[in-house]
Design a protein around this ligand. Structure first.
Ligand code: 6CS
Ligand code: FE
Length: 263
């Protein structure tokens, strides 16, 4: 799947690309079932909110078939290889739960500073891709983006270990206010199966979820093979050490898994 010249232009200008209806129903179903199975387990790779609700399941592509296929999906890998002009490796894979009633906030941040400071990633030649596993609505804690904020490069950030159960390099309110004054905030919403790709320096965050509607998202972080991390401080399940180019799964494999799952 290739991005069109218009999508490339939008990405360059705005810092993100939203592809509604990218994954059809049966594929979403396979991933939803996978996520239910994964979050029912107790494992060190599954992090919880302060409330005890599941927050993030890291590296589930290493032990779950549907996730393994999603992490190798050509629809996610092709556009990034196109953008970076080289092959990509998997830096991180996770499902963020944003559980009904208890899903906690993700503070305002850029992704690259965390990868740089915690993992020793040389450059912002990496990106997060989100696959919506639930319908994302204005009410259930959608991801909020500040368009064009990627043009500022990596901004000063501070390590917030207090606000949530997940330590994160976050931006201060003044910095966010100035950027939002110029560019506003968007919150792409849409049906499960939508895909959002955003620049490593795009400012983003999300509010807590107090609705009965969960907002699960699969996140695949791909990094250019020339951009291998040099100083990892986090566990292997958060920042992978295998820099071999990701191999694509056969087209249709995830759909087939979904058909078996619903049969
Ligand atoms: O800690 C990390 O590496 C990840 N966490 C967030 C909230 N965004 C960037 C990155 O994927
Ligand atoms: Fe992020």
């Amino acid at each position: 799947m290739k991005l069109t010249p218009q999508q490339l232009k939008d990405f360059d200008e705005l810092g993100y690309i939203f592809l509604p209806d990218c994954f059809p129903k049966e594929e979403v179903e396979a991933l939803r079932q996978a996520s239910a199975e994964i979050f029912s387990q107790q494992r060190e790779e599954i992090w919880r909110e302060k409330s005890g609700a599941p927050r993030t399941a890291f590296a589930c592509h290493t032990y779950n078939d549907a996730c393994r296929l999603a992490a190798a999906d050509a629809r996610l890998i092709d556009p990034l290889e196109q953008l970076f002009g080289e092959q990509m490796y998997i830096h991180q894979f996770k499902i963020n739960a944003k559980a009904a009633f208890t899903g906690d906030v993700w503070q305002w941040h850029q992704d690259f500073p965390t990868w740089q400071k915690d993992d020793g990633m040389p450059e912002a030649r990496a990106m997060n891709i989100a696959v919506f596993l639930d319908d994302v609505m204005p009410i259930n804690g959608p991801l909020m983006l500040v368009p064009r904020s990627h043009k500022t490069g990596a901004l000063p950030s501070s390590h917030d270990t207090q606000t949530t159960a997940y330590p994160l390099w976050t931006l201060d309110n003044d910095t966010v206010s100035k950027l939002v004054e110029q560019n506003g905030i968007v919150a792409p919403t849409g049906k499960a199966g939508g895909v959002l790709m955003f620049h490593a320096n795009l400012v983003h965050g999300s509010a807590g979820n107090i609705t009965p509607y969960p907002r699960k998202i699969v996140y695949l972080t791909l990094s250019a093979v020339s951009n291998a991390i040099t100083k990892p401080t986090r566990p292997e399940f958060i920042a992978h050490r295998d820099f071999t180019p990701v191999e694509r799964a056969p087209a249709g494999a995830l759909a087939e898994l979904g058909q078996h799952a619903t049969a």
